[in-house]
Design a protein. Structure first.
Ligand code: FDA
Length: 508
């Protein structure tokens, strides 16, 4: 006799096999752990109490992908779609309430076709940013894509949630540069921009992954860049007051530099010897001379000199920022090591006073291992209207803060303490950041903001679920765009087939 779970797995595997989908792995297969763990970036979701999927399916074609969706539904299994697996809360490979589920992993759908004449690219969503950047860089030294900085992020997740990167002050988010898309809906229909309709096309570009169906491919606008760009990483160490002075000044400079400048702050927490270290990371679509002349005028306190600056092609700079050695390493889906982590985010609209910045720097320097990243907005980010895409953080936003704590296996006993510190830091920052609602970036998922509570694989939703979602995480991620997202969800997925802890609920 089969247990109900075994019966579901058996029905899924016969359905897949009978429709010619052969690349999948069940818990008893030798490849199962390797495939499941391959794209788990946050080791918090490898712990024994995390429910594991009934199968990992690796479609090799859009038809395989369509069949995988339909077979999962046929077997009453929830669906989790995974592209690069970078979800901060593991939503692409876990379920809440022990709901049985299948992971559809898109890593084999990673082809990128660049058309340098029309400055566009079709990319399957299992491709990573590194794979896309590599293909764009090979096609032309003067084309680029405006995406994020980590090369192993998947295009499925990053574009669905917005996608802020080093070119965003000049060209907007990744999602602002989507020209068309192919979406497979819950009924297996294959839709493009015109057949999915403008509401759904609006929703999939920033409304977060995992709510709408599976985006099989994006058509992306490529943007013009000089054949050489300038990059730099400037490290500064000193007493709290000095570092606070630098960050305080940066708030006035970073968001107001010319659009071709990106200048962010990376602040490792937990310095213990009295001095604090920080780095300023920059990319400029221009020469070293231009960079020096602008920064010496606008930010003399930073003291950037010519020896800090390097000129290189845009694609080389993406490798440098991703902390990898060569352009061909952009194709490596798994560089570096993973850790256990928890992250949160905020938006700042008014510069923090210098005296408060001193207190904040002191607070951070006493923290556990982690990092605070300040990403400057302004420029093109501020010229897109808040309602043009679901991502609302445009005019009036100075910068985004990302708060992270990390630890490794040997420090697992301190996990609760570290996460507790991060939450107190978040409370401490309340008076300095956006309010009513307090904003957060959907790509920096944070289940502390609240969660849906589906107890059935295709759990239906209701006005109550919508109200709960809006008042907790919905308004934080999407502001006034949340209700339009609910309407788009109700159009494309009224039965709430694509759901997760923070998916957009449908109204029926
Ligand atoms: P993953 O595969 O985990 O998917 C994330 C969500 O999207 C899940 O809900 C998943 O189901 C859904 N999804 C995935 N593919 C889908 C598809 N084809 N169709 C529909 N839904 C799909 N962000 C940023 O904007 N700029 C940055 O520079 C960085 N940098 C960065 C560095 C590191 C180390 C991490 C861990 C994260 C970032 N991020 C980021 C955040 C990142 O953009 C965010 O975590 C993305 O959702 C990751 O996308 P993946 O496809 O890798 O994740």
């Amino acid at each position: 006799f089969f247990t109900p779970a075994q019966a579901q797995t058996s029905s899924l595997s016969s359905c897949l096999a009978s429709h010619g989908v052969s690349n999948f792995s069940l818990p008893a297969s030798p490849s199962y752990n390797t495939l499941l763990n391959f794209s788990i970036r946050n080791l918090r979701f490898t712990l024994p109490d995390v429910t594991r999927p009934a199968a990992v399916v690796l479609p090799g074609s859009p038809e395989d992908l369509r069949r995988a969706i339909l077979c999962a539904r046929n077997g009453s299994l929830a669906i989790r779609v995974r592209s690069g697996g970078h979800s901060y809360e593991g939503l692409s490979y876990t379920t809440e309430n022990h709901v049985p589920f299948v992971v559809i992993d898109l890593m084999n759908l990673n082809r990128v076709r660049v058309d340098s004449v029309s400055a566009s690219a079709w990319a399957e969503t299992g491709a990573t940013l590194g794979e896309l950047y590599y293909a764009v860089g090979r096609s032309s030294r003067s084309l680029a894509f405006s995406g994020g900085s980590c090369s192993t992020i998947g295009l499925g997740g990053v574009v669905s949630g917005g996608g802020f990167g080093l070119l965003s002050r000049k060209f907007g988010l990744a999602a602002d540069n989507v020209l068309d898309a192919v979406l497979i809906d819950p009924n297996g229909r294959i839709l493009d921009r015109s057949s999915m309709g403008e509401h759904v096309f609006w929703a999939i570009r920033g409304g977060g992954g995992g709510s709408w169906g599976v985006v099989y491919a994006w058509k992306l606008r490529l943007v013009p860049v000089p054949t050489d760009v300038t990059m730099f990483i400037v490290d500064r160490t000193g007493p709290v007051e000095y570092i606070a002075g630098l960050v305080h000044t940066w708030q006035h400079v970073g968001p107001n530099l010319p659009d071709e400048f990106y200048l962010s702050v990376y602040f490792p927490t937990g310095s213990s010897d009295g001095n604090v270290s920080i780095s300023f990371q920059g990319q400029v679509l221009g020469t070293k001379q231009h960079t020096l002349s602008v920064l010496s005028q606008s930010f003399p306190l930073l003291g950037v000199t010519e020896s800090d600056l390097s000129e290189m092609s845009w694609v080389e700079s993406t490798a440098k920022f991703a902390n990898i050695d060569t352009i061909s390493d952009l194709l490596n889906r798994r560089p570096g090591t993973n850790s256990y982590s928890k992250s949160k985010s905020d938006y700042v609209k008014t510069p923090i006073l210098r005296k408060h910045m001193v207190e904040i720097v002191r607070y951070l320097s006493a923290g556990p291992p982690g990092s605070i990243i300040l990403d400057p907005y302004g420029g093109a980010m501020a010229r897109v209207r808040s309602s043009d895409t679901p991502f609302p953080y445009r005019t009036g936003i100075l910068y985004c803060i990302q708060y992270n704590v990390y630890w490794d296996r040997s420090d697992q006993a301190h996990a609760g303490e570290y996460i507790g510190w991060l939450r107190s830091l978040y409370t401490y920052m309340t008076r300095h950041v956006s309010k009513d609602p307090r904003g957060a970036y959907v790509n920096y998922l944070d289940l502390d903001l609240g969660a849906n509570n589906w107890t059935h694989p295709m759990g239906g939703s209701s006005m109550e679920a919508v109200t709960h979602a809006r008042s907790s995480w919905g308004a934080a991620y999407f502001g006034n765009n949340f209700d339009r997202l609910v309407r788009a969800k109700t159009m494309i997925d009224p039965g709430n087939v694509f759901n997760n802890a923070q998916s957009i609920p449908s109204l029926y």
